[in-house]
Design a protein around this ligand. Structure first.
Ligand code: GLN
Length: 393
């Protein structure tokens, strides 16, 4: 057995979802919406399954989807992508990330990563032979600083694995931070692989800049997107990779032996969906922003110190000011078993020197779901005298 995977614990998302089921808890842990997703896009998929081609589609993705991706990013992000040589469809963003690491690094190459990090990143980097160099971001601002990059980049840096908007912090990184990262990447002669799956899940007028639009990065960046996140159907696992032809050549070789293709019906449905009118995308953002505000307000009223969230399905609370006597993990375990609400301890996203006071909640839920969770959390606070209550006082 490979020792890296043999020793890995089950992902925190799976663990918390299982606990949520066991305790009939409201699941605000693993990030997936209550909403079933846009009916017209699902109908396109159904129609394509019934009447379309269900054999292997082209390895790079069906042309309709590659063109739709290029056109979508031209409209929304001002990118100029050649659909034939710069766009590839993958079976979800996780495949795209794994493929990029397999294709772009050699054993011993250093890879810069930002913690808290999505839990798949580190094992994938290590399994590809990469040597991780971690930049540690901390609450409440989670900011990328020059000093932190100085410490992480070395002459052996070959790749940077970045995520913007950022899970779990809910941050949309600022233009100066992106420029700083671009400068360091260029100076190192490295490739910047950017997981931009949350690009449409942004609030308060934020419009994230893709790494492909940063000066000097067009030829040395890989942009990864996800239909699952754009349409709120996380089980679909349709991802897109965009990169200059030189990089794409290697990326496509990894893809051809990982999954080779992605179900064609879903590809056709996503191609249709990407062309939906601007109002649909903006309306979806507005709805999620309302849910974010509902949960943020409720949690604040219940005494939780809420951190800002500019994107993703998530908002965090930092329990540090409450003089907590337990770790985020213990807190989440208690929340799910005693109060029937599942959340995610953010320490699970750190590989070392974990911040242990931050808890992540998913707000991509109906008002009824959020209100039920809030009422349960409320009663937790009100049960004064109970051994667990000192947390809030
Ligand atoms: N991206 C999801 C989250 O952050 C989890 C995906 C998964 O469970 N693998 O909640």
């Amino acid at each position: 057995m490979n020792s890296l995977f043999a020793d890995l614990p089950t992902t925190v998302f799976e663990t918390m979802s299982r606990l949520a089921r066991e305790h009939q808890a409201v699941n605000l842990g693993q990030g997936f919406p209550d909403d079933p997703g846009p009916l017209d896009v699902r109908e396109k998929a159904a129609e394509a399954v019934l009447h379309g081609w269900n054999q292997y589609p082209p390895m790079m993705g069906v042309p309709e989807l590659r063109h739709a991706v290029a056109e979508h990013y031209r409209l929304w992000q001002g990118l100029d992508l050649d659909p034939d040589s710069e766009v590839m469809v993958t079976s979800g963003a996780t495949e795209a990330i794994a493929g990029a690491l397999l294709a772009l690094i050699e054993p011993g190459d250093e890879v810069v990563l930002f913690q808290p990090l999505y839990d798949a990143y580190l094992p994938l980097v290590q399994r590809a032979g990469g040597v991780p160099r971690l930049v540690r971001l901390v609450p409440p601002h989670w900011q990328i600083t020059e000093a932190a990059l100085d410490a992480a980049f070395t002459p052996r840096t070959r790749l940077v694995l970045f995520n913007n908007p950022h899970n779990p912090t809910g941050r949309v990184f600022s233009r100066p931070e992106l420029d700083l990262l671009a400068t360091y990447t260029q100076r190192a002669g490295a490739v910047l692989v950017s997981d931009e799956v949350w690009e449409h899940v942004v609030f308060d007028g934020h419009e994230p800049t893709s790494v492909l639009a940063l000066p000097g990065l067009r030829e040395r960046a890989v942009k990864i997107g996800s239909a699952g996140k754009i349409f709120g159907m996380t089980g679909w696992k349709v991802g897109f990779v965009c990169a200059a032809p030189g990089l794409m050549k290697a990326l496509s070789k990894a893809h051809q032996f990982l999954t080779f293709t992605t179900p064609p019906a879903l590809q056709h449905a996503v191609a249709y969906g990407l062309g939906k009118p601007q109002d649909w995308f903006l309306g979806t953002r507005a709805n999620l922003q309302r849910s974010r505000d509902r949960l943020a307000r409720g949690l604040s009223e219940a005494g939780f110190p809420v951190l800002p969230s500019s994107g993703t399905y998530f908002l965090n609370v930092d329990l540090a000011p409450l003089a907590l006597t337990e770790t985020d993990e213990e807190f989440c375990r208690r929340l799910v078993t005693e109060y029937g609400v599942a959340a995610i301890p953010v320490s699970a996203f750190y590989a070392q020197e974990a911040v242990r006071s931050v808890v992540r909640f998913c707000f991509a839920k109906t008002d009824a779901t959020l209100d039920l969770a809030l009422s349960r959390l409320q009663s937790a606070v009100l049960r004064r005298g109970h051994s667990t209550i000192n947390v809030y006082t």
